[in-house]
Design a protein around this ligand. Sequence first.
Ligand SMILES: N[C@@H](CCC(=O)N[C@@H](CS)C(=O)NCC(=O)O)C(=O)O
Length: 211
Amino acid sequence: MSQPIVHGPAISTYVRSVRLALQEKGVAHELKEVDIVAGAHKQPPHTSRHPFGKVPAFEHDGSCFYESSAILRYIDEVFPGTALMPSTAKERALANQVMSIVDSYGYTPAVANIFIPRVLVPMLGGQTDMEKVESAKAPAALFVSELERLLGSSQFYGGSNVCLADLHAFPVLTYLAATPEGKAILESAPNLRNWMGRMAKRPSVQAVMPS
Ligand SMILES: N[C@@H](CCC(=O)N[C@@H](CS)C(=O)NCC(=O)O)C(=O)O
């Protein structure tokens, strides 16, 4: 089997989820940086891999596809090593639910509307749109409270083992936690904060998301 290629910037949450899954499986891969600040993701050749102009895109064994949750499930099915989805249908439903929540209700408030304007924009010399940040606080808080409820007292979203849902949620929550608004929201999510501590110690996280 050929070595997979992940196209995208190392700082992207979705690129991180894909690379975390590869690390958890022990699969060596190549990261081909796409300069999203310069807009390279909206131009060829990247749009030939991802017509919607997003990252990541994933290449393996002559195929190229996109959508992180599809890539994550492919990695789990194709590569040997520890299974990254739980064994029962109910547990898998929970994991799939969490992955969908991240995509549908988490990423936009937590990353696009809080982290990016609050941290990335000022780093690049711009000014934070505080109205955008303020209006994202309630949906981000709902996202966090729901993930807190669904985790309950479990170690991971896969029960006692890490699963794809953990790897999909962690990069988004890490960025949210790096903002004052996110820190305040996470105050009322002790299970999630403990889970973040457990996740941060994993060798995969240390390899892909060095602090
Ligand atoms: N549904 C896509 C979302 C990918 C996505 O939103 N990626 C972000 C980076 S984390 C991106 O490409 N942002 C650049 C943009 O929207 O212009 C997936 O699951 O891969």
